[in-house]
Design a protein around this ligand. Structure first.
Ligand code: UGA
Length: 432
């Protein structure tokens, strides 16, 4: 199959590369010439384990190509995936669809034979209907089919999530289109992915509802963790105890700092606002958003108690600052709230992150990036384990930290409280 992927962000670049690896001819298009030139030279604009090798391999074999010419690339292709960004509009929290509609307007001039136009970006319900209208404006005959095929990949696990998905959702009621797409995805279906054909609007909503549900699950365990801290129960036992019920499931029950990233915060806000347009109140999701927005305050209150409100001149080391491990993404990371708070209170902060220095903290007083975990930890009063990188899972704090009576606040519950107690280390986790 000849595929054209428009937008080389997370979803576009990973999907395009994996489709090429599955044997398709793929052209990835982006209007950013610099990005396209870099990709042709094997330089990947995002941090994603395994992606560089896969891009290089498929570019070399000529199954994967890069271009800035949208019109030519669409003309040569049978299937076009729209993977451009859908950021939230600041003034009303609604998804900004300008990039999607601009692409649709450009595509309509390049359709001279039947093509399938797919939205892979997360788009509000009825976006497919609007794209269809834009495309129909120039066409007498309907030479295209507009489909919703949402992507469920996670940053840091993107290749595995793409190649081994739980399900492939195809939103179209057109039989011919469905047959072609089932064939495109057949390598994944034969490895166990469930193929679901549904309406376009349902496919669009499945993506938002999935992210909202996962955000709810995390928020639920975060609130249960708050309770556990008050009554001397380890929340990890609760996650296991409830997660073994197959109706609940054990994943996404890890408590931590607020959920962040480019998806959950954006998509929970977007689904609430989308529902409002259809006069529906999603009160549960609204409450999840509020709870998550308050999560950093709860963590910082606990920290105040741990430090007995004495922040001034305390040397604090942050291990990891991104919104989660295996990514360099800082979007909506809880460290963006915690670090300025601690800097204002007069603490001195060292931070280490496997993905390097972050410009977001450049202007903060007494905050320095340290290249090496050993040096970052050397003389600290307090360690905050903020993300769950493997690099942080087996540290020997007693030999690394030269000060006596240091404290560990493990926001990801990476260590065993019993072992810490045995080693006489002052240790605090989440919900324990
Ligand atoms: C999320 C979804 O998991 C993907 O399925 C979806 O495709 C993607 O959004 C998207 O819409 O594009 P992602 O944002 O990459 O993926 O990251 P997750 O691994 O889901 O983590 C999101 C946030 O939840 C992170 O801050 C993470 O630390 C937090 N989290 C996750 C927890 O606090 N506890 C958990 O048990 C799981």
């Amino acid at each position: 199959m000849k595929l054209c992927i428009i937008g080389t962000g997370y979803v576009g670049l990973v999907s395009g590369t994996c489709f090429a690896d599955l044997g398709n001819d793929v052209i990835c298009v982006d209007k950013d010439l610099n990005k396209i030139e870099k990709l042709k030279n094997g330089i990947i604009p995002i941090y994603e384990p395994g992606l560089e090798e896969l891009v290089k391999k498929n570019f070399k074999s000529k199954r994967l190509n890069f271009s800035t010419s949208l019109i030519d690339s669409v003309s040569q292709s049978d299937i076009v995936f729209i993977c451009v960004g859908t950021p939230t509009k600041k003034k009303n929290n609604v998804a900004d669809l300008n990039q999607i509609f601009n692409v649709a307007k450009k595509i309509r001039n390049s359709i001279s034979r039947f093509k399938i136009i797919i939205t892979k970006s997360t788009v509000p319900v009825t976006t497919g209907d609007k794209i269809e209208k834009i495309l129909l404006r120039k066409k007498q005959k309907k030479l295209f089919s507009v489909v919703s095929n949402p992507e469920f990949l996670r940053e840091g696990e993107a290749i595995r999530d793409f190649l081994y998905p739980d399900r492939v959702i195809i939103g179209t009621k057109d039989n011919k289109t469905n047959k072609i797409l089932k064939n495109l995805y057949s390598p994944l279906i034969s490895k166990g992915a469930k193929y679901i054909n549904t309406s376009r609007r349902a496919a669009e909503l499945i993506k938002y509802a999935s992210n909202a549900f996962l955000a709810t699950k995390i928020t639920f365990i975060n609130e249960i963790a708050n309770l556990c801290e008050k009554i001397d129960i380890d929340v990890e036992d609760i996650s296991i105890g409830i997660g073994l019920d197959k109706r609940i499931g054990g994943r996404f029950l890890r408590p931590g700092p607020a959920y962040g990233g480019s998806c959950f915060p954006k998509d929970t806000r977007a689904i609430v606002n989308m529902a409002k347009q259809f006069k529906t109140n999603l009160s549960l999701i609204k409450s999840v958003i509020r709870s998550n927005e308050n999560r950093s305050n709860i963590m910082l209150n606990r920290l105040s108690k741990i430090l007995k409100n004495k922040f001034k001149n305390k040397l604090i080391c942050f291990l990891g600052v991104t919104f989660k491990a295996n990514t360099d993404d800082m979007r909506e990371s809880s460290s963006l709230k915690m670090m300025p708070f601690l800097s204002k209170k007069g603490s001195k902060i060292n931070y280490f992150d496997p993905t390097g220095k972050k410009t977001e903290f450049n202007k903060l007083k007494n905050v320095s990036y340290v290249k090496n975990i050993k040096i970052a930890l050397k003389n600290v009063d307090l360690v905050i384990i903020h993300t769950e990188w493997n690099d942080f899972k087996s540290l020997n704090f007693k030999t690394l930290i030269k000060k006596k009576n240091f404290i560990i606040y493990d926001m990801r519950n990476l260590y065993s409280p019993a072992k810490m107690k045995k080693d006489k280390i002052k240790y605090f986790g989440v919900g324990r």
